[in-house]
Design a protein around this ligand. Structure first.
Ligand code: ATP
Length: 315
């Protein structure tokens, strides 16, 4: 029997999916400044990849290629670099790493691309440095990095509570066929929440949102059985009015997709990407063609969901 320790890899590549929030219900402000959220995440087959390569002690470098690469920071603020640093601190290593990110998930599009890169980096560096963090430890580090990072590790579909990081797996039947319309410009998540709060103070009836909104049973049932018609009708995003207020052109985009045959439409997360659910792959293609003619749309993608969470592809 060969008992030798396997050779340490020089390079590890991991991939992680983008997400659509098929339900995003925003509750009350919490004492820590976050909003209480109830959200239903669905991971979709649009992945970023991160290759982590051994580098000089203590050093982290970031290079980025692919979709919108020029809009991604390459300094210590990159969420992937922060993930590597956090793993280092928690596991007492000063190992170096060169992170090479290939972006496919739209940047600042409400699909948690930065969070996907952080999740992929945690897995890749854990294998590269042999730090042996357990899945529970990786989940805890992911939670420290951001509300959407734990779901990028998990993938498939999940109910998110708290600020989105307390996850419960959800049964889901796929494939569900989606069309993504990437809008011009970006929408920072804090700006979307600030606008959401501003709109709510204008409507006193909404001034006392529930501490933790409920998940919609009809939406959960539709996800479980893969009933695209019922899911399309149940899509809900409490941040959508804020996104439309800040990006009025999104209203026309949502209308275009619905007119072209989508079963449901929604602004993804804090926006400005819009997501359209189609009955099948063929309808998704015609919805995509209609959206591609809109001047308000920068790029169109068809994707399916659910998709697996972050995983290592090469070492
Ligand atoms: P959020 O998770 O806040 O909803 P998002 O999904 O809308 O964000 P991201 O693509 O994650 O959007 O990027 C948000 C911002 O984070 C970008 O404008 C960018 O400056 C910064 N950022 C840091 N690291 C990354 C990364 N690895 N990929 C993309 N953006 C990053």
């Amino acid at each position: 029997m060969n008992t030798a320790t396997p050779p340490t890899p020089r390079s590890v590549t991991a991939t992680a999916p983008g997400k659509i929030n098929v339900q995003l219900s925003v509750g009350a402000h919490r004492p820590d400044g976050y909003h209480a959220l109830t959200t239903v995440f669905l991971a979709v087959a649009l992945h970023d990849t991160v290759t982590a390569t051994l580098a000089a002690t203590g050093r982290t470098t970031v290079t980025v290629i692919g979709t919108d690469a020029q809009r991604v920071p390459t300094d210590a603020t990159n969420l992937a670099a922060r993930a590597a640093q956090l793993l280092r601190e928690h596991h007492g290593t000063d190992a170096g790493v060169a992170l090479h990110i290939t972006k496919r998930i739209p940047v600042a599009g409400g699909m948690a691309g930065g969070s996907a890169d952080a999740a992929a980096t945690l897995l890749a560096c854990n294998a590269l440095w042999n730090t042996r963090a357990t899945p529970a430890q990786l989940h805890a580090l992911a939670t420290e990095l951001g509300s959407d990072v734990p779901f990028a590790l998990l993938g498939q579909a999940a109910l998110g509570r708290g600020r989105g990081e307390i996850l419960t797996d959800l049964p889901v039947t796929g494939p569900l066929h989606w069309v993504l319309a990437v809008a011009h410009g970006e929408l920072a998540t804090p700006a979307a929440y600030a606008e959401h709060d501003r709109l709510h103070t204008l409507r006193p009836a909404d001034a006392h949102p529930s501490p933790q909104p409920p998940a919609d049973p009809a939406l959960l049932a539709a996800l479980k059985t893969g009933d695209a018609t019922a899911l399309g009708a149940a899509l809900v995003n409490d941040l959508q009015p804020a996104a439309l207020s800040l990006h009025p052109a999104l209203a026309a985009t949502l209308h275009t997709g619905r007119t072209a045959g989508a079963l449901g439409s929604i602004v993804s997360g804090s926006g400005p990407t819009c997501a359209f659910l189609a009955a099948d792959a063929h309808t998704a293609k015609s919805v995509a063609r209609a959206l591609a003619t809109s001047k308000a749309v920068r790029r169109v993608r068809t994707v399916s969901g659910p998709a697996p969470g972050a995983h290592i592809t090469t070492r």
